[in-house]
Write a protein that binds this ligand. Structure first.
Ligand SMILES: Cc1ncc(COP(=O)(O)O)c(C=O)c1O
Length: 359
């Protein structure tokens, strides 16, 4: 089988080791004679899988018992409304750092439940940077930010320091567990799995237990965090295959040297691409230097025809998924944890060659 270099922004490349282990367990989970997707979620073998996945997650990010680790459904987009539905109300204000399309979508949902203060925005320059200053409200219900902006290729270097006492809520969909994270600084961290954690269909939510109890209890059961926390994410049938695979990905990250190990690999992996872009007279990175993402590298030639020609020739050479999002144009190389370093080196060689012929 010829696996090409897959630069897709998500669902995205997964570690081959994980895919192989998943493949084996599809036919029989361990020696049960029943595939992982065929087991009842209430049976011992799957309960053990879910417990192991949670344990692996807690170990990886050093998550204390003050937090619940939930495996939910509905994607990060469901968290856009579940967070405000549980933590915001008409007499309260939440602060949002608006650094891209996903944060804008989160703001839109939050406005259904209460007041929103946009503490900062980088929309004035098409989200090509992470703002340095924020203007917070007096006592926000929480502060929400998007740690990595998948579409625009920008990333917070570290978490923003919001006003004291305000829980920090992070949409970490596209850079979760790509570097060390001090979970104790956060109220909620959520991420759809399909970029750094596994297949689509499962959403990881790490939530401080006192926040779980703050939510109103007259919401539909599925929309209350307490329902999922009180039932070990098994109030209804959970995304069993996704949870299993996520558990394998946590274990794989641990083998890479944990979060510090992958962070070092991710930095070393993105560097040759950014270095090349900085020296190129054909291609140009779109994000400001101090805001660049190590997960999504966005670049353009400035000429839509050349961009299209580049994307088409790259695909022929086995570099897939390089077309940028329509709101930025050009190209985007998504190089999440599982993307191999040699794929970036090969891409840079290809770009150099393309520049020599088309520059
Ligand atoms: C940063 C970010 N937030 C949220 C989403 C939406 O996630 P989902 O499709 O899981 O709802 C995405 C999807 O690409 C994303 O990149």
């Amino acid at each position: 089988m010829n696996r090409v270099y897959n630069f897709s922004a998500g669902p995205a490349v997964m570690p081959v080791e994980v895919l192989e282990e998943a493949r084996e367990n599809m036919l029989s989970l361990g020696d049960t004679g029943i595939g992982v997707m065929e087991h009842s979620h209430r049976g011992k073998p799957f309960v053990a899988v879910a417990e192991q996945a949670e344990a692996n997650c807690r170990k990886l990010a050093n998550i204390s018992d003050d937090y619940a680790v939930l495996f939910l459904q509905g994607g990060a987009s469901t968290q856009f409304f579940t967070v405000p539905q549980n933590l915001l109300s008409k007499d309260k204000t939440a602060d949002y750092l608006v650094t891209g399309s996903w944060s804008k979508k989160a703001v839109k949902e939050a406005k259904l439940f209460g007041n929103v203060n946009v503490a900062c925005s980088s929309e004035d320059r098409n989200f090509c940077y992470i703002p340095k200053e924020c203007s917070y409200s007096d006592a926000p219900a929480y502060v929400h930010f998007t740690s990595n902006n998948t579409i625009f290729g920008t990333q917070f270097a570290t978490e923003p320091a919001g006003p004291a006492g305000a829980p920090l809520v992070c949409d970490a969909s596209s850079d979760i567990f790509s570097r060390p994270i001090d979970v104790s600084k956060y109220g909620i961290i959520y991420a759809g799995a399909q970029k750094n954690l596994g297949p689509s269909g499962v959403t990881l939510v790490i939530i401080r237990k006192d926040l779980i109890e703050q939510g109103p209890s007259d919401l539909p059961s599925m929309l209350q965090y307490r329902t999922h926390a009180n039932n070990d994410s098994m109030f209804n049938t959970p995304p069993t295959f996704g949870i299993f695979t996520m558990g394998l990905v946590f274990k794989w990250i641990e083998k890479q040297g944990g979060l510090a190990g992958v962070a070092q690999k991710n930095a070393a992996k993105a560097k040759p691409l950014y270095d090349y872009l900085d020296g190129s007279s054909l291609f140009k990175a779109t994000a400001d230097q101090d805001s660049r993402s190590l997960m999504n590298v966005c670049f353009v030639t400035g000429d839509a025809d050349k961009d299209a020609k580049f994307i088409a020739s790259a695909k022929e050479e086995g570099f897939d998924g390089l077309k940028g999002h329509r709101s930025v144009g050009g190209m985007r190389a998504s190089i999440y944890n599982a993307f191999p370093a040699e794929g970036v080196t090969a891409l840079v060689d290809f770009m150099r060659d393309f520049e020599a012929k088309n520059g």
